[in-house]
Write a protein that binds this ligand. Structure first.
Ligand SMILES: Nc1nc2c(ncn2[C@@H]2O[C@H](COP(=O)(O)OP(=O)(O)O)[C@@H](O)[C@H]2O)c(=O)[nH]1
Ligand SMILES: [Mg+2]
Length: 600
């Protein structure tokens, strides 16, 4: 089995070897700083454990038991509960992050945190989440615990923040109440938000087990397991981690150092299961694989760079001058090259948008069918509430799902375009410079022809990082939390929608609501498409600009280096022997490090 921490150290060690060597040239330095930034990422790598469950399931008590302290407020009413993200820190600190971006610092104590959720006089609506630094053993190994308000929150925006944490979770802990049966909303959440997104590392906690009579224990567990297994059908019962637990006993046990109470609560097993799931299996392996791949790309790019420089250093002045002449041709073509890239990107963009539009139309049709059928078959007396809450939040949920599902293919299309542009630029450079190589006849100095070439990935990697951020789904998802659905929310204010409706009025109201709903959904979808189009245009534009920029950067760095080379060679050739020696030893270092990386 892979040892995560050992593998991480090995990668860090290789990066440090690169950092220790001195890199003098501009392009070398920019590649080395990319490699260095990977070190930062690896060192700050966290495992996120998200605690989910409905209100009053004992989530905050559960985390307090893990921390061994009465830190988080419990028994908080749904409207004032906050999202709390806990991470390691030697000192106990808290930072309240507000929606508008401003923050408020304080001590991580129950008193301070109570100030935000003890009573409803405080507006928690404006809080995005609270960051808490705390010295606890579990957190020390780069674990982040996320305490959430509850999965059936009335506040849609806060639910969205909870949802946003889920894909980032390495382990999800779902708290159930052993004393009451699994609710429909719980089951729906598990299916729609966990299983559907491939979140497999879920630990179910049957909390409040202290309230179960001993003779009923087995039956209660079996019953929960059976209910869960219908959702987990494809995985079978073995795939479910279900642990009977008492957060209350665990917390009391830890605070009073009562070993038998701690053991009775099942806390040791819960802790062990969390740690096993964090460090086992696919998520740490994927992380190590991704880091290794990134490091390999970085080292290879640096290696290619050194080869290029060696090739320049060992060429004679006359030959280099011919290359400069070819490079001047590339410079003169810059404007027309930019236009060609732009034109090509525009065509690709229309193709992408056509695909998205089609998918969006299908989705819109399906969603309308679903909504109309629900409204049509509604039989209760709370029609206004039904439209206002159920229908609007269903539409919101479905749109969020569509965006999340569709952001993968959208990014894929953008990255394909990015790759194509980088390929075209690299090819353009390489063929123009190679013209010189073909014409090359005589050399007086050393006789090695210059093999100057740009690789497409040297252009595209950087572009990917900087450019595609705008195309991400995050911006669209924020819209779904608010402005996008405003027209639908407005529907609830219609005069014919009264708080309670008698049977005969209901039919009338439906007849008015349905066409209105149709209208408003069309409006919502138009806005959504416009936003996607806007996002796409920005991304495509950035991809064109960044590719061209990166190309020009590499290009001018080479030109500068070659010109310096020519000058130095014409006056004094000795200094170049030194430089060549240095490059040869760097090449050997990189070969060695690439070998080490491969051995992993
Ligand atoms: N008997 C019993 N009560 C519990 C247990 N866990 C939590 N509680 C109580 O349930 C209430 C709600 O707990 P809390 O942690 O605030 O739930 P949250 O809303 O899910 O964060 C508190 O009064 C807790 O003391 C448990 O295992 N057994
Ligand atoms: Mg809570």
């Amino acid at each position: 089995m892979m040892n995560y921490n050992l593998e991480k150290d090995k990668l860090l060690h290789i990066i440090e070897s690169v950092e220790r060597a001195s890199w003098s040239k501009k392009l070398q330095q920019s590649l080395v700083s990319e490699i260095s930034s990977l070190k930062n990422t690896i060192e700050h790598d966290f495992f996120t454990v998200v605690i989910l469950g409905e209100f009053k399931r004992g989530k905050s008590t559960f985390i307090n038991a893990l921390l061994g302290s009465d830190l988080l407020p419990t028994n908080v009413t749904p409207t004032t509960a906050t999202i709390n993200a806990l991470m390691f820190n030697e000192e106990k600190i808290a930072e309240v992050v507000y929606k508008d971006g401003h923050t408020q610092k304080g001590e991580a104590t129950l008193e301070f945190l109570n100030g935000f959720s003890a009573d409803s006089s405080f507006e928690t609506e404006n809080i995005n989440y609270i960051k808490i630094g705390y010295p606890s053993e579990l957190l020390r190994n780069h674990v982040i615990l996320v305490d959430t308000p509850g999965v059936s929150d009335m506040n849609q925006q806060r639910v969205q923040v909870t949802y946003d944490f889920i894909p980032r979770a390495d382990v999800v802990i779902f708290l159930l109440d052993a004393t009451s049966p699994l609710k429909r909303t719980e089951k729906e959440f598990i299916e729609d938000h966990l299983l559907k997104y491939g979140i497999e590392k879920v630990i179910f906690i049957a909390n409040r087990f202290d309230e179960i009579e001993e003779e009923d224990e087995e039956e209660v567990l079996e019953d929960i397991k059976k209910r869960l297994s219908t959702s987990f059908k494809k995985m079978g019962e073995e795939g479910i981690h279900l642990i009977p637990f008492s957060a209350y006993q665990a917390l009391q046990g830890v605070i009073n150092k009562d070993e038998s109470l701690i053991n009775a609560s099942n806390l040791p097993i819960v802790k062990e299961t969390i740690e096993t799931l964090i460090y086992d299996g696919t998520s740490p392996e994927n992380k190590i694989r991704t880091y290794t791949r990134k490091l390999r790309f970085g080292l290879e790019a640096l290696y290619r760079q050194i080869q290029q420089e060696l090739s320049i250093a060992s060429a004679n002045a006359e030959e280099l001058e011919k290359i400069i002449a070819q490079m001047n041709i590339l410079i003169s073509e810059q404007a027309s090259r930019k236009n060609k890239l732009k034109d090509y990107a525009e065509i690709q963009k229309s193709d992408m948008l056509a695909i998205i539009r089609k998918s969006l139309q299908n989705f819109q049709r399906e969603l309308k069918e679903e909504v109309f059928e629900l409204v049509d078959s509604y039989k209760g007396t709370e029609f206004k509430h039904y439209i206002e809450k159920q229908i609007v939040s269903l539409v919101q949920k479905r749109i969020s799902q569509w965006i999340t599902t569709y952001s993968g293919p959208m990014n894929l299309m953008l990255s394909k375009l990015n790759q194509e542009l980088a390929n075209a630029l690299a090819r353009h450079f390489n063929t123009t410079i190679a013209l010189h190589g073909n014409a090359h006849v005589s050399t007086e100095f050393k006789g090695t022809p210059v093999k100057l070439a740009i690789q497409a990935e040297d252009i595209s990697n950087v572009t990917m990082k900087a450019g595609l951020i705008a195309g991400g789904a995050a911006g669209l998802l924020i819209l779904v939390g608010g402005p996008l659905l405003l027209p639908l929310v407005g529907l609830a204010g219609m005069p014919y929608l009264q708080k309670t409706l008698l049977d005969n009025k209901l039919k009338e109201a439906k007849a008015k609501v349905l066409p209105e709903l149709n209208n408003l959904m069309n409006k919502t979808f138009n806005t959504l498409y416009e936003e996607i189009e806007k996002n796409m245009s920005i991304s495509v534009e950035q991809i064109v600009i960044l590719n061209e920029q990166r190309f020009a950067e590499i290009f001018s760095a080479y030109k500068e280096e070659i010109e310096q080379n020519i000058k130095a060679k014409k006056s004094n050739q000795d200094s170049f022997l030194e430089e060549e020696k240095d490059l040869v030893s760097k090449k050997a270092l990189l070969e060695k490090l690439l070998q080490e990386l491969k051995r992993g």
